[in-house]
Design a protein around this ligand. Structure first.
Ligand code: AMP
Length: 352
């Protein structure tokens, strides 16, 4: 019997634990909050902080492998555990994805384009960066941003002072504004044997920085699709990565691809794989981090995944009555604005 330890207790951990259960694998959730969505469907749970070495040691003894369900797990925690038990993704991969400057430097260093960017620690840095890559841009905190949080849009140099103040002293990065045609993502998996499997790229719509829908397949031509898959493969191989990763990309006019960010975990834009493929991203991740062979990522159907955010939860009675709607609820109590409460996937006959 294998027990997989998961750092983090959110909906991604919950769906990982349910996929693991199908393979006869028990999960042990480690997170600071009691009664987390993931713990409530798992065999065991530890409620402790990510720097609690005593609790981490006991956790390492209780599991056969460890993974993470969110990218802001301290790299030091992954490193502490890795001295005791296999941990995937590695502390190094987490460190790169946690810092936008490290992430963009890594991507550019392996020949992958991003929006132009400059590191910003002072207002002078910001003004100089706007001069070079502006006038429009997005100022983002280097660390701990998600779902559009920690980001400010600038229309020109007149917005610099206010945008800089919004960073509240946190190190930041200015990105040139990418006038993209569409946003896509590739969910890629790499096994301990180095095998790489990618799912069909999905096309993503956001509002207020939060993912609303993913539609598969993305409306891109074959050359762009193949370039996107090749990019994802290059990233996971260069990171010597094990597990599932989400690679978010902007498709520019003419088909050029810029990578926006990489998420070293299962990804919201891959939820459609639960119904659209024989082996979902969650099962694929469990297979990878437990050292099992990867499964077939081919889709048998096209799909549209829609997030249920905040008050969208009020549509659940209608969704329960809708033929063909595959509903997932995360068991979160309080439907705060912007909070991901669940999602629904609708399959369509596969075209192409
Ligand atoms: P992020 O948190 O970096 O994934 O950004 C959230 C969303 O903001 C992205 O999915 C895009 O829709 C938008 N966005 C982020 N960076 C840029 C950029 N450099 N240019 C244009 N839009 C962006």
């Amino acid at each position: 019997m294998t027990t997989l330890g998961i750092l983090g207790g959110g909906q991604l951990g919950r769906m990982l634990a349910m996929a693991a259960a199908r393979l006869g694998i028990d999960c042990h959730i480690y997170c600071p909050d009691a009664g987390s969505p993931a713990a409530r469907v798992s065999a065991a749970a530890t409620v402790a902080g990510y720097h609690d070495e005593g609790a981490l040691s006991l956790f390492a003894e209780a599991v056969d492998a460890v993974t993470t369900e969110f990218e802001n797990v301290p790299a030091a925690t992954a490193r502490f555990l890795a001295a005791r038990v296999p941990v995937h993704p590695s502390a190094e991969a987490l460190e790169i994805a946690q810092d936008r400057v490290a992430e963009k430097s890594f991507l550019n260093g392996i020949g992958i384009e991003t929006a132009p960017w400059r590191s910003v620690d002072t207002l002078d840095d910001l003004n100089a960066a706007l001069d070079e890559i502006g006038p429009r841009g997005i100022l983002k905190t280097r660390r701990l941003g998600y779902d559009g949080k920690g980001q400010v849009r600038l229309e020109g140099p007149e917005d610099a002072t206010e945008a800089f103040a919004a960073m509240a002293g946190a190190p930041a990065v200015l990105e040139g504004f990418a006038a993209f045609e569409r946003e896509i993502s590739v969910i890629a998996a790499r096994g301990t044997d180095g095998a790489v499997r990618c799912y069909e790229p999905g096309e993503n719509r956001h509002s207020e920085g939060i993912l609303r829908t993913t539609t598969v397949p993305a409306q891109i031509d074959a050359a762009t699709r193949n370039a996107a898959l090749a990019m994802a493969e290059r990233i996971v191989s260069a990171l010597d990565y094990v597990g599932v990763i989400g690679v978010e990309m902007f498709v520019m006019e003419g088909g050029a691809l810029l990578v926006n960010e990489i998420a070293p975990r299962v990804h919201n834009t891959g939820h459609w794989t639960l119904e659209g493929c024989a082996v979902s991203q969650f099962e694929q991740h469990v297979r990878a981090v437990c050292g099992l062979p990867l499964g077939d990522p081919a889709r048998h159907s096209d799909a549209v995944m829609e997030n249920l955010i905040g008050n969208d939860i009020d549509t659940v009675p209608a969704l329960l009555a809708e033929p063909g709607a595959a509903l997932h609820l995360y068991g979160k109590g309080d439907a705060r604005p912007g909070r991901k409460m669940g999602h629904v996937t609708r399959l369509r006959a596969r075209v192409g």
